[in-house]
Design a protein around this ligand. Sequence first.
Ligand SMILES: NC(=O)CC[C@H](N)C(=O)O
Length: 309
Amino acid sequence: MTDIGRLVRDIADEMRGAEERGQVATYIPPLARIDPRRFGLCVVTSDGEIHAAGDSEEAFSIQSVSKVFALTQALGKVGDTLWRRVGREPSGTPFNSIVQLEREHGVPRNPFINAGALVVADINLAGHEPRVAIGELLRFMRYLADDDSIIIDETVARAEQTTGFRNIALANYMKAFGNIIHAPELTLGVYFHQCAIAMNCRQLAMAGRFLMHGGFYAPGGARVVSAQRARRINALMLTCGHYDASGDFAFRVGLPGKSGVGGGILAIAPGKAAIAVWSPGLNANGNSLLGTLALERLTEATGWSVFAR
Ligand SMILES: NC(=O)CC[C@H](N)C(=O)O
């Protein structure tokens, strides 16, 4: 039996000393100021044990990791009709790409690229004020993480609003195809605020538990989503969670995972663990460089890859 606590600490020690740490995202100004030496890791196992090391209590901007929870929320509202407006295939393009949208009539390839997440935000808006929709998501995150201290970083949200020209273009472009229902600035407001949710590794791993427990909050706990839905969300995380590097992540780590440009990754070992890692330096695809390496070490040592026997 692997000693998970020990392994988590060893991995954090190795990552603390790593020289090559990638580049922090600079296109969202507040993210450019984050110290690239930060590294946090938290593993919540199926029996509820929490193993954490490094800066696992320091909050970071979850960015695109929020797309997993926003998708869960939207599926709860509209069920499988969601798939009329968003595809389920890997895009093979960067997270903020617009190129496929013209040929594919404004229907994004999947809910984890920005275009897809904007449609999901539009579904979650559902005729409400943006602050109602975002309040609902924040409450959902707090419930899942069992932690009411989770907040939205307004500085990050505002910075995205003033510099998010690509996202603004994506929303307007899809609006032209009729695949954004609300005024684009309202949908964008929801999207920017969900990306600006700040959480630490422990909170994020806790929030991901329902995906390791087949849709249950915890063993013996309430059902968050059906077993089928949990399985499907995991499948999308595996195939689309790392954009045009999803294949490489599956190859190296072998777990459903969702990354964000804040340097966080949520990874799920179904039936075994929910894992959150944070290291702000990114690789060329916009995924955490050391976060990926840490997960690779973890699955190598534990055999938790979904492709292992
Ligand atoms: N990959 C990401 O985390 C991207 C999220 C970021 N808020 C953006 O829209 O550009």
